[in-house]
Design a protein around this ligand. Structure first.
Ligand code: 7GP
Length: 830
């Protein structure tokens, strides 16, 4: 069909109003005058979805016409949050929609506030994936996400008597307004079964994988709008469904119950996101999930490629695959299997294609997060893949032997198989061997990968290792989260900086402009007022927007050292109540974050934060100076409310442990000053904003490493020597903060004083407390503070995920932008 491919959709206020009312009637069956807020939210989302799909089809056509290379980002997590407001801004229809909604007797904020978060991720790794999708679309790059369509996202966190309680997050009721089901592109995934060793007609070894179970992968596409709304990419999420073919066979055998059981079994695969941000050993269902993602994605990728090409010679020139950590590392074996077993590509050639296509990003050095899967489990679940892993390993070790003959230790260390018992497959080794690029996510982290995580691999393939410092999308983390700051900046430096964030530099002179400083601080104050309400509604704690908002929000983890923050608070509390040292400004400490359900120490920390807060609140000497609030159920939407309101951002991980951090960037972009250790991207942030505009404390990664090796960290000696450290630790271990639950926190004293305390809390405590004091003093000088905050905003343009994605595109993927045609820009249909 030539000419009008689609019904023409309007973008005026009028057209949007008609579209919303039409969806109210014909998608939801409600009369506009009787529509609830939720009805209107859904009708508006459907109207937006129509328009996104229109642009998505056109974008896809443009990519096909160009024959350009495509990038596929494989990730077990995409932490999207809400979509509606972001899409309205990207498509530049926010104001029109606001007007249309007024005609319906409501307003755009209220309606956007109806949306639930899509929480298909745990933390940094999943949120980074979401920022990357936004940047690829905004840069007109053919880059697509592949993930799982979980029924349940990350659990909801309730707080009861200071303890975390988990509740299921049933997200899918919300999903239809965001996505389209693509049953036409479903694929079939085999698992389990056995290998039968046969010979082909030329007498060559020809193993067959037989007797598998089949599961169907049904794709759901979520349109991802680039800024400007012309390029719309897609995130494709697979849901597991029973394979109909298999069902029919059992049904025909008359075993109805077994067939239904099988159905339920299959659907389990995409039921729930694992709620750990470091992996949990040995969970069979998790390995099945990882394989399911890989099998569905590669099936789709290969099918798309084969529409245009009859052999695989051009595959690495047309396809790039990025592995978001090792979770999808089975892609190495699966691509080999497809090429060799299904497409008859010779092994060596297949290996070359695989290696040139796949790249791997590491996101953590924590030993417990390095995935290993028992050989026996793989032998059962994926017998053919295991054979490929053996062959890959054999070829690889042969090379190691030639390069370092007789170096058995090196071989043992580099092998993809770890000797047992039990024998295990090391997924990081598989990813490093299989990929042409291995990258870390900050300069320090990449350095540590080279020197401590994989030094032997670095020696063998130095050119393979590279750094891509993380970034964040300014569309969500400035335009959507902090519209008033965005407008203020736009008034000062003009439009265009949202897609060219280095332009924020032009703000620098305004740091000396008293009128601008005044307005900047007013915006911050407005954001603090907004947050005050959010906190009051969820905790009943009343915070004072005139106080300093000192914020630490992120997953609860020992290495992130929320405990050190609490020790600092207790220090200030004791100084105030026992030594009569008043802080120069009233302070509000704001925490938020989820603990993995099985992580006892992290859950205790949540309880501790609550109890310290209550003790201070109950103390008339302290409550007017210090306040602690723990905002429950941290998620993207809450981050959007908290970050713009922060004066201080706490980024105090033990140096060497936080791969990069991205929260640190979001806070700086919103004008908070960082108190941080020399860890992850904090180091690069301090280089950009200037040491005088950031509060750095604590030991360096190098110093910590040295002390660890020498065994010279003696926390007990520090406790004995330093009276204040002693007082803080003793009060923590006493019943002072748990009068009704005697002994609750006593364990923390043993924990902090043990020589093998991994996270060096007491080693950094004094430096940390002094740095906090300095920051509080400077906060009182409003002129100085405004200047520093503005300079932070002006100098963090580097941390836009647009910059990160450009680097991936140029240095790893060899991916180019395919910008909209003139016809698309002028709004004409093809
Ligand atoms: C996180 C890192 O902890 C954080 O430092 C980094 O900024 C982020 O990835 C994005 O690169 N890691 C995870 O969230 C995670 O789940 C386990 O790591 C593989």
């Amino acid at each position: 069909m030539e000419g009008e491919l689609y019904v023409r959709l309007g973008y005026t206020m009028d057209a949007l109003y008609r579209s919303i009312t039409r969806h109210l009637a014909y998608s939801l069956g409600v009369v506009p005058t009787q529509a609830s807020k939720r009805d209107i939210y859904l009708a508006l989302s459907y109207s937006v979805r129509d328009r996104l799909l229109e642009k998505m089809l056109k974008t896809n056509q443009r990519y096909e016409d160009s024959g350009a290379k495509r990038l596929y980002y494989l990730s077990m997590e995409f932490l999207i949050g809400r979509s509606l407001a972001n899409n309205l801004r990207a498509m530049k229809i926010y104001d029109q929609v606001a007007e249309a909604l007024q005609l319906l007797g409501t307003d755009v904020e209220t309606i956007c506030d109806q949306e639930r978060d899509a929480a298909l991720g745990n933390g940094g790794l999943g949120r980074l994936a979401a920022c990357f999708l936004d940047s690829m679309a905004s840069l007109d790059m053919p880059g697509f996400g592949y993930g799982l369509h979980y029924d349940y996202g990350l659990f909801e966190q309730d707080i009861s008597n200071g303890y975390q309680r988990e509740k299921p997050d049933s997200w899918i009721s919300e999903a239809p307004a965001l996505q389209v089901e693509r049953a036409d592109a479903a694929c079939i995934v085999p698992m389990y079964g056995r290998i039968e060793e046969t010979k082909d007609k030329w007498g060559r070894h020809n193993p067959l994988w037989l007797g598998w179970n089949l599961v169907t992968g049904v794709p759901y596409d979520i349109p991802i709008a680039g800024y400007g709304g012309l390029t719309v990419n897609r995130l494709r999420l697979f849901a597991a469904r029973p394979s109909t073919e298999f069902d029919i066979k059992i049904f025909n055998e008359g075993d109805y119950l077994r067939a239904v059981e099988q159905k339920i079994e299959s659907e389990k695969i995409s039921k729930i996101l694992y709620p750990k941000d470091s992996y949990e050993a040995g969970r069979e269902l998790r390995l099945i999930q990882e394989y399911f993602l890989v099998a569905c994605s590669l099936n789709d990728i290969v099918r798309t490629y084969e529409k245009d090409y009859s052999d695989f010679n051009k595959f690495p020139e047309k396809v790039a695959i990025q592995l978001n950590d090792t979770h999808p590392a089975l892609a190495v074996a699966e691509l080999m299997r497809i090429l060799v077993d299904q497409k008859w590509v010779p092994w060596e050639r297949a290996w070359d294609i695989t290696n040139r296509t796949i790249a791997y990003t590491n996101h953590t050095l924590l030993p417990e997060a390095l995935e290993k899967w028992p050989e026996s489990l793989l032998a059962r679940l994926l017998p053919r893949h295991l054979q490929f892993i053996y062959d890959i390993n054999q070829q690889f070790l042969d090379r190691v032997v030639t390069l370092w003959p007789g170096d058995v230790d090196r071989m043992r260390n580099m092998s993809i198989m770890e000797e047992g018992p039990p024998r295990q497959v090391r997924m990081a080794n598989l990813a490093i061997v299989g990929a042409h690029s291995v990258n870390g996510v900050s300069a320090l982290h990449t350095d540590l990968i080279k020197k401590s995580l994989a030094p032997n691999f670095f020696e063998m393939w130095p050119e393979r290792f590279n750094n891509k410092t993380n970034g964040i999308t300014p569309r969500r983390w400035l335009c959507v989260a902090n519209p008033n700051l965005h407008d203020l900046i736009e008034d000062a430096i003009g439009p265009g900086f949202v897609t060219d964030l280095e332009r924020l530099r032009e703000l620098e002179p305004f740091a000396e402009d008293p009128a601008f400083c005044e307005k900047f601080m007013q915006v911050k104050h407005g954001n603090k007022e907004r947050l005050k309400d959010v906190i009051f509604n969820t905790t009943v704690v009343e915070v004072d927007p005139a106080s300093l908002f000192d914020v630490q929000v992120k997953r609860i983890h020992e290495y992130k050292r929320q405990l050190m923050n609490v020790l600092g608070i207790i220090w200030e509390y004791l100084a105030l109540t026992e030594d009569g040292v008043e802080p120069v400004s009233p302070k509000t400490f704001i925490f938020a974050g989820k603990a993995a359900p099985g992580y006892w120490a992290a859950k205790q920390l949540i309880k501790l934060i609550h109890n310290v807060g209550n003790t201070i609140e109950d103390d008339p000497r302290a409550r007017d100076f210090l306040k602690v609030a723990f905002a429950p159920n941290f998620r993207v939407t809450l981050a959007e409310q908290i970050i713009p309101a922060a004066d201080i951002s706490q980024q105090i991980s033990t140096a060497g442990f936080e791969a990069s951090g991205t929260g640190n960037m979001k806070f700086a972009l919103n004008g908070a000053l960082t108190i941080g250790t020399m860890d992850g991207a904090n180091i690069e942030i301090s280089q950009k904003v200037g040491r005088e505009n950031i509060y750095i404390c604590g030991l360096t990664a190098y110093e910590i490493e040295k002390m660890k090796r020498a065994g010279s960290y003696k926390p007990k000696a520090m406790y004995d020597k330093h009276p204040m450290i002693k007082r803080v630790v003793d009060s923590l271990a006493s019943d002072r903060f748990c009068p009704r639950e005697s002994g609750l926190f006593a364990w923390l004293k043993d924990y902090l004083l043990a020589d093998n305390e991994m996270f060096f809390h007491l080693a950094d405590l004094e430096s940390y407390v002094k740095t906090r004091e300095l920051s509080t003093q400077e906060y009182v000088d409003k002129t100085l503070w405004a200047k520093k905050a503005i300079l932070n905003v002006a100098r963090v343009g580097h941390f836009s995920s647009d910059r990160t994605i450009r680097q991936y595109a140029e240095e790893i993927w060899d991916l180019v932008a395919i910008p909209p045609t003139e016809a698309e820009k002028s709004g004409k249909l093809k």
